[in-house]
Design a protein around this ligand. Structure first.
Ligand SMILES: [Zn+2]
Length: 282
């Protein structure tokens, strides 16, 4: 069984098609999906949790013929100018829910001109404090300006100062940095999650990084509906297609796909202390 560690199932690009999308994921071997609760801003932070409750059984286990769903909640870097006290209180309340196992995606984005960097940093720190009090791992979005490592340095610096001491760990989602960035994060208790661009012809540097990381630090994700992997590049992505990224990663590591699936599922379960709750043996 594979786990898609990052998908936006609340995207308006799925709408009424979600039952079919989830069925296709299950049929492709996806046993669980972490659906990201950032919406288009804090007003939609609860949408991922609502999707979990719609498709899981009442006891939180997987629906029949469907992957088990987990949710996150967080305020995306470019929505941090909307992060007033009410939004932060809402985040805290959501992180108290059993299905909401992670805080994210949070972090810094210097690529787009969204919220000012100082606002992004301040709200990133506030969210780490809230997540620490709820003992929820954090999902990190870090997007540098091309050719400039300031975003990584700021992001990893804030994590080291405000999150490292908690020992709770987290995930570098949709990793696209350098080996050094991944290694610094792993030291701080993070897992490194690879999305569809691992399969893109021009991403050789990223594949080289993926080849060198410890096996117990690896995850795969879709970031659906974005970043569809080869051979579906350019289309609306969906969780079942995480199998393509997993196959690429397995090839890089010289492992059978089933083994890669098992070890990434184990990594996910370990981070979120889920072993006892999973309905299958990973
Ligand atoms: Zn995302």
């Amino acid at each position: 069984m594979l786990i898609d560690s990052h998908a936006h199932l609340d995207s308006e690009r799925y709408q009424d098609e979600l039952p079919q999308v989830l069925t296709r994921a299950y049929d492709a071997g996806v046993g669980a999906i972490l659906t990201i609760g950032i919406g288009e801003g804090p007003a939609e932070m609860q949408c991922a949790l609502e999707i979990c409750r719609k498709f899981n059984q009442p006891d939180g286990s997987a629906g029949a013929g469907l992957p088990r769903l987990f949710a996150s909640a967080g305020i995306y870097p470019h929505n941090t100018h909307e992060a007033d006290e009410a939004a932060l209180a809402k985040l805290d309340g959501l992180l108290a829910e059993p299905e909401v196992i992670a805080c994210g995606e949070i972090g810094l984005d210097y690529y787009h001109d969204g919220s000012p960097h100082e606002t992004q940093k301040a709200i990133f720190v506030r969210q780490m404090e809230i997540a620490a009090a709820r003992r929820r791992p954090i999902l990190i979005h870090c997007r540098p300006k091309d050719g400039d490592n300031a975003c990584w340095d700021d992001c990893l610096g804030l994590i080291a100062e405000h999150w490292g001491p908690t020992g709770i760990g987290g995930i570098l989602h949709c990793f696209s940095g350098e080996l050094e960035h991944a290694e610094r994060a792993i030291e701080l208790g993070f897992l490194i999650s690879f999305a569809g661009h691992l399969t893109y012809p021009k991403a050789q540097a990223l594949r080289d990084v993926a080849t060198q990381l410890p096996l117990d630090s690896l995850l795969v994700e879709t970031d659906a509906p974005f970043l569809a992997p080869v051979p579906n590049r350019g289309q609306r992505n969906e969780p079942g297609w995480v199998a393509h990224t997993a196959a690429t990663l397995a090839g890089l590591r010289g492992l059978p796909v089933a083994e890669l699936a098992s070890l990434t599922s184990k990594n996910f379960s370990r981070l979120f202390s889920l072993d006892a709750k999973l309905p299958w043996n990973v």
